[in-house]
Design a protein around this ligand. Structure first.
Ligand SMILES: [Zn+2]
Length: 307
């Protein structure tokens, strides 16, 4: 800021002075708005899909996405992609991710293409792909989870491959990332040997269809390994981007159970990556500091044993 004022003396034009003034206070107020939480972030729901990079020819090649994470203070990511090549690219870029200060936690996505969205839960070749990927691993270490997968009809949680994958997740200690409704949470949990008492499942968007907070609370109480990821969650923030009262109360009751995510499912989400993270920093500031740090970083780091 001092150099800005000195600059003003060399450019005595009032308009330049005014814009420097505006720049300074603009930056200052943005920092102040986001200032509630300034620590590290764990992005627990990130996609690096083919249209984002397309073998480096897309609009968001590796240097671009890593720079966005670095500018946002994101220190670790759950990486998954359609197809899995994007995750591999992130996992293989050891020098670049290290330089950006980003730890890559690789997940196996169940989608080779768009058609798989509506069929994975009954397609044996998806199960075989998951086993092959698990055996193959990545340059950043073994896969740590499976997903994100979707169930647009919760009854498809009864699909044979959905049930086998849930059992596999529990058996292999893989974390599941699932975009499903609350009914499907019960069904998926029931498909595990422990009936949902051991498996760790990140609930993408924590009920994007507007599952009532009371129902979210009941599911958290029932399944000790259920974690709520909060992108696109309706009713989470109220006026001025502040955390709504019922969600604040739930986070205070279960501070160890919530996560943040960018959900870069389309390229537009990459374009606004920094804004998404700044928005999280705003409402994290409405929580006590130790709770904010858990939701922002520690819960994700703890889930995968990161330092
Ligand atoms: Zn997603």
């Amino acid at each position: 800021m001092a150099s800005g004022w000195k600059f003003g003396r060399f450019w005595p034009l009032p308009s330049v002075r005014r814009s420097l003034f505006a720049l300074f206070f603009g930056v200052f107020s943005a920092a102040a708005a986001a200032g509630g939480y300034t620590g590290p972030l764990f992005d627990a729901h990130l996609h690096y899909n083919t249209e984002a990079w397309n073998g480096q020819a897309g609009p968001h090649p590796l240097p671009d996405v890593l720079a966005r994470m670095q500018r946002s203070g994101v220190k670790a990511i759950v990486a998954n992609s359609r197809p899995n090549d994007g995750t591999r690219a992130l996992a293989e870029a050891r020098a670049e991710t290290r330089a950006a200060g980003v730890t890559v936690v690789p997940f196996i996505r169940l989608y080779r293409n768009r058609d798989d969205y509506n069929n994975w839960f009954r397609d044996e070749t998806i199960y075989e792909m998951v086993l092959a990927e698990l055996a193959r691993g990545t340059a950043a270490g073994p896969y740590r989870g499976i997903g994100e997968f979707h169930l647009y009809d919760s009854a498809n949680a009864h699909g044979p491959v959905a049930k086998k994958l849930m059992a596999l997740a529990e058996e292999k200690n893989l974390v599941v990332l699932a975009h499903v409704d609350d009914v499907a949470i019960d069904l998926l949990m029931a498909a595990t040997p422990s009936k949902g008492q051991k498996v760790r499942l990140i609930w993408a968007h924590t009920g994007i269809g507007g599952t009532p907070v009371e129902r979210v609370e009941a599911l958290l109480a029932r399944y000790p390994g259920l974690m709520g990821e909060l992108s696109y969650r309706p009713g989470l923030t109220c006026e001025g981007g502040k955390l709504c009262g019922d969600w604040r109360a739930l986070m205070l009751k279960y501070p160890g159970r919530f996560l943040l995510g960018s959900d870069t499912w389309v390229n537009q989400r990459w374009m606004y990556y920094e804004d998404t993270m700044a928005g999280y920093r705003t409402w994290l500031g409405d929580l006590p500091a130790e709770v904010a740090r858990k939701v922002a970083w520690e819960n994700g780091a703890g889930l995968f044993g990161l330092k």
